[in-house]
Design a protein around this ligand. Structure first.
Ligand code: PBE
Length: 298
């Protein structure tokens, strides 16, 4: 009888212990107590993901960064806004989301996301001699955030990237003609390979350049890859060029590794930015306030 009681006590103690252990793990809890907030991220290789990991550390955010994709991030944003719920995402400008919804950047007093960015065109070193006309077009390619947004909005509205690019080219022929060296508009031939990542902004820019070159007679392949592959690829000369280099901050690490092996043709767009973005109805204004309202971001 005594033995039986001992056994029962043991079983109860074990049950209580495991409830305690699993209870803690199940809550996803931390020392601060409660469930962590969630930042909806994009593709793991993006510069903005690294910056956000750094922000979580530097601001001591009781948040996790969720990997996702640019398209899934936008879908989560739409879903939250439709339901009037709070959400914080990794966001950037230019992007069609700012035209579609009322959004704001959270202030970043520690400057983790850097200041104003530009998007640069980078080519492999042999391009200038081997395909001088292509080199010229890539060197001359320059447009504004409003131009890029127009293409992005058409793609978001359902057009294919090629159709949206052709539409923009037709509507902006004067601008496009400035990129094309005199007398070389048609009758060119040969293959051009552009690397890019399927971020909305880079889908737009890469397809515009692709279509300009195709209209000139080139056969252009736009190869969608991860950010890391895009950068190692241009470093190895596997791509003729990329128009997707976010500098000086967002892609600083990637750029540092290939800097000596590539040619930087300078900005193709100025006035870009990255950061944490929320709908304007979210009442906080700074990253520093996130912890105090983390329960609203789960
Ligand atoms: N982005 C868009 C990229 C660069 C272009 C901001 C998502 C990034 O974070 O690497």
């Amino acid at each position: 009888m005594k033995k039986a009681w001992k056994l029962i006590t043991l079983v109860i103690t074990l049950a209580m212990l495991s409830a305690l252990l699993f209870g803690c793990a199940g809550s996803g809890g931390d020392e601060g107590g409660g469930v962590k907030g969630k930042i909806v991220g994009i593709e793991p290789g993006a510069g903005i993901m690294k910056a956000t990991e750094k922000a979580i550390k530097e601001y001591n955010l009781d948040f996790i960064l969720q990997d996702s994709s640019s398209a899934a991030m936008a879908a989560s944003l739409k879903k939250a806004i439709d339901a009037n719920e709070w959400i914080v995402v990794t966001g950037w400008t230019p992007h069609w989301k700012f035209a579609k919804w009322d959004l704001k950047y959270l202030e970043d007093p520690k400057g983790i996301y850097g200041g104003e960015e530009h998007i640069a065109t980078i080519v492999r070193p042999g391009l200038k001699d081997e395909k001088p006309v292509v080199y010229q077009v890539l060197d001359n390619f320059y447009w504004t955030p409003a131009d890029m947004e127009a293409v992005m909005l058409d793609i978001e509205g359902g057009m294919t990237p090629d159709d949206a690019a052709q539409k923009w080219i037709q509507e902006n022929q004067d601008k496009v003609n400035e990129w094309i060296p005199g007398g070389k508009e048609t009758g060119n031939s040969g293959k051009v390979i552009l690397g890019y990542v399927e971020w909305d902004s880079e889908i737009a820019s890469t397809h515009v350049v692709k279509n300009v070159l195709e209209n000139m007679g080139y056969e252009v392949e736009a190869v969608a890859v991860d950010a890391g592959v895009m950068w190692t690829g241009i470093g190895k000369g596997e791509f003729d060029g990329i128009v997707s280099a976010w500098l000086p901050g967002t892609h600083a690490d990637y750029y540092a590794k290939v800097k000596d092996k590539v040619e930087n043709l300078g900005p193709n767009l100025e006035g870009a930015k990255i950061g944490l973005v929320v709908p304007t109805y979210v009442t906080i204004n700074s990253i520093e306030e996130l912890n105090s309202v983390k329960d609203k971001f789960q």
